[in-house]
Design a protein around this ligand. Structure first.
Ligand code: HEM
Length: 149
């Protein structure tokens, strides 16, 4: 409260005060004190305060939501133009928009890191083992050759 009054009174007369910003800082202080015993006022992690981090996360979620909406809109738009049915098309008729967004998010979260890490691991194992690497290479070439026929 003292910080709030100090912040407001630091402005000279006839200047505009962003009350929402000041009250938001007050609420962060109070909630921090009540919930985890410390307002963490002025404390930073990686150069950002709790307020900065929460604001960034909100912006990030809002962009993520916009991205997911774009994916769904694209699928609504392409429905008539002879595009090949995919996972999203299959689920869209049965699920609400919110459920679809949660599902697409789940697939992204479940698929990206797991697949990337597995491939990085497999490739580093191959680098350490030239004999297996050669065997994989031969197998790949056979498959490519087969597909070319
Ligand atoms: C090496 C690759 C992967 C590994 C090691 C892996 C591993 C796992 C594990 C351990 C679970 C939790 C299962 C459980 O809670 O019983 C899971 C769930 C899930 N995975 Fe994967 N995953 C991989 C790739 C993928 C890919 C490529 C996709 C999608 C294209 C995917 C989509 C999902 C989804 C949607 C779930 C949640 C299922 C549910 O909510 O019941 N995963 N995965």
């Amino acid at each position: 409260m003292e910080a709030l009054i100090r912040s407001i009174s630091s402005h000279s007369l006839n200047t505009t005060v962003n009350l929402e910003d000041i009250l938001l800082s007050l609420v962060y202080d109070v909630v921090g004190k009540v919930a985890f015993g410390n307002s963490y006022r002025g404390k930073t992690f990686n150069g950002r305060t709790l307020k900065d981090i929460v604001e960034e996360a909100r912006e990030c979620y809002s962009d993520f939501d916009g991205f997911l909406q774009m994916v769904l809109d694209d699928h609504h738009d392409t429905k008539t133009s002879g595009h090949v049915n995919d996972f999203v098309d299959d689920c869209m008729s049965r699920l609400t928009t919110e459920e679809m967004k949660a599902l697409v998010m789940n697939v992204l979260e479940g698929a990206v890191d797991t697949s990337t890490i597995t491939m990085v691991w497999a490739m580093s194992e191959l680098v350490k083992n030239p004999r297996v690497m050669q065997s994989c290479k031969t197998k790949f070439e056979d498959v490519l050759e087969e597909n070319r026929k």
